[in-house]
Design a protein. Structure first.
Ligand SMILES: [Fe+2]
Length: 263
């Protein structure tokens, strides 16, 4: 009898996960570069959202997990420890949820590799003035699949309605966008802003005329955020070499600084 209950439980869970994968896939079908929608909120399929409420944030953390999906679990565990968590059981369970979520997103996108960004933040006033922007507004490409984001704890990402005027957000550089930040904050109304719930996912169009205008929220509480971008093997290689070059650059700067200090 006990075995039967366990079997039914597992079957139910698998069915639920498959359904949620289906929900994600259906939702993604509403996002076309030439369509009316710029973003769509989707159930993430996270089984225990309360785990993420229990996670502590005592440090800022930012990690890029580029490909190597078989190492994801370990990377999530290490990241959550660095964020300030020491409850192994919570960290392990939360990492399993996040690995499963990554696979659901990839399945819905029909891709087999990705770049995951995982971040924690303490309260900061950096986005008290919202940073309305579109991702990759200076590198347009209709072939890039939508991006997935989710806030696991704390304030969630803000989106402007799909039909808002996007012309002001197409800029050539991050500097240009920063200069326009106050202008954009006056142009877009906070009353119009739409945000997903905690542990609810959002897919949104990037690098396109129909890209979603969005902003980081005002981070008034501890926040844990994650994004998933599908990537080809080629892109993964390119990003890895960029990260490696940047790390080398940082090492070089640090060693030069140390030499100067010794002189
Ligand atoms: Fe963004």
């Amino acid at each position: 009898m006990k075995k039967l209950i366990i079997c039914l439980g597992v079957l139910g869970m698998t069915f639920l996960q498959a359904e949620e994968g289906l929900d994600m896939k259906k939702a993604l079908e509403t996002l076309h570069p030439s369509g009316n929608e710029s973003f769509v909120f989707v159930p993430s399929g996270i089984q225990k959202p309360e785990l993420f409420e229990k996670l502590k944030v005592t440090n800022f953390y930012s990690g890029h997990f580029v490909g190597e999906l078989d190492l994801l679990h370990e990377r999530f565990v290490n990241a959550m420890i660095q964020m300030g968590n020491d409850d192994k059981e919570i960290v392990e369970e939360a990492a399993t949820e996040l690995v499963n979520l990554t696979h659901r997103v990839l399945k819905a996108q029909g891709d087999d590799n990705c770049i995951v960004i995982f971040r924690s933040s303490l309260p900061v006033d950096w986005f008290a003035i919202p940073r309305w922007h579109i991702d990759g507004g200076n590198k347009l490409n209709d072939q890039v699949p939508p991006k997935f984001v989710i806030t696991l704890k704390g304030p969630t990402t803000l989106f402007q309605p799909s039909n808002c005027d996007k012309s002001l957000t197409f800029v050539q550089s991050r500097d240009e966008l920063d200069k326009k930040r106050e202008e954009l904050a006056l142009f877009y109304s906070m009353d119009d802003a739409i945000r997903p719930k905690n542990c609810e996912g959002a897919f949104f169009i990037i690098r396109n005329a129909n890209a979603a205008v969005h902003s980081e929220p005002d981070v008034t509480e501890e926040r844990i955020f994650m994004s998933i971008m599908s990537a080809t093997e080629e892109e993964i290689k390119e990003i890895r070499s960029k990260i490696r070059a940047r790390e080398e650059e940082i090492k070089e700067i640090q060693s030069r600084k140390q030499t100067q200090e010794l002189i």
